[in-house]
Design a protein around this ligand. Structure first.
Ligand SMILES: Nc1nc2c(ncn2[C@@H]2O[C@H](COP(=O)(O)OP(=O)(O)OP(=O)(O)O)[C@@H](O)[C@H]2O)c(=O)[nH]1
Length: 252
């Protein structure tokens, strides 16, 4: 079974398939390690910021949102941090699969991490190569804008790079500003929804899964689906974050 969790119901969340006749927008979030990819995804989907994260192996999250008055299912694939190599940047095979699966890629760097900024051009090339003729749309997100004293990437460098790559740019703080994060993802969703054909009308024979039909992008059956989510892991992180807060309060 394909497990996709709806993060709007984090407490006790059954595995959920997107409704059959929703438009489905697929976004992959890619960038260096520790730049805040998980923080951004969780912030966008739940409005919450959780400070305590472990390195993630790549989870797929799903949520229904309103885009231009239409109920749309958004699937967001969080990915493990890209590593620098002598030849540039290496991406695990399943991240390449995520790029091929996605309608759009959000490239993330942290303004406090120069290396993560330097990776972006390589990552953009990998996205273009992996996507081939159907390369996904790309936006560039600079995260951790709140850490002014730790800034290692000048504010003007992000827009310059985005201009050179031909993509939109947003500087955000996952920890401090939900609206910035929401704005970046929401604009992307609006743009993608406009590009997609309308979803198929309800049919009497609906035995096909939502993966079929007009909302599905160019997927080859040979491309493995991105990793399933791990809500147990997410819940465990919530508990860790909460217990850390309790410890802080009791030690004051
Ligand atoms: N101050 C600040 N900290 C942030 C922000 N976003 C993320 N963090 C912190 O940065 C650390 C890394 O965040 P993650 O979301 O785990 O980063 P990631 O890119 O998913 O990391 P990997 O799983 O290693 O790939 C965590 O301690 C977050 O709390 C931000 O906007 N501001």
């Amino acid at each position: 079974m394909r497990l996709i969790h709806n993060m709007t119901t984090i407490a006790e969340c059954p595995a959920a398939e997107p409704p059959l006749h929703n438009r489905v927008i697929k976004i992959a979030v890619i960038g260096g390690s520790g730049v805040g990819k998980t923080a951004l995804v969780v912030r966008f989907l739940t409005r919450r910021f959780i400070g305590d994260y472990e390195r993630n192996a790549g989870n797929l999250y799903s949520r229904e949102v309103q885009v231009d008055g239409e109920q749309v299912t958004i699937q967001v694939q969080d990915t493990p941090g890209a590593e620098m190599t002598d030849n540039g940047v290496s991406l695990p095979d399943h991240v390449t699969s995520s790029i091929q699966w996605a309608d759009a890629v959000v490239l993330v760097y942290s303004v406090t991490d120069r290396r993560s900024f330097d990776q972006i051009e390589h990552l953009h090339q990998l996205v273009a190569r992996a996507g081939g003729a159907n390369a996904p749309s790309v936006i560039l997100l600079a995260n951790k804008a709140d850490l002014v004293h730790l800034r290692r990437v000048d504010p003007q460098q992000g827009p310059l790079l985005a201009g050179a790559l031909g993509c939109s740019f947003y500087e955000v703080s996952a920890s401090e500003d939900y609206s910035q994060v929401h704005d970046a993802f929401h604009r992307l969703c609006c743009q993608l929804a406009k590009q997609q054909p309308p979803p198929p009308p309800p049919a009497s024979n609906s035995s096909n899964s939502s993966a079929g039909g007009a909302t599905e992008k160019r997927r080859s059956p040979l491309i493995p689906r991105p990793k399933s989510p791990n809500m147990q892991d997410l819940k465990r992180r919530f508990k860790q974050a909460l217990s850390a807060k309790v410890r802080t309060v009791t030690s004051v």
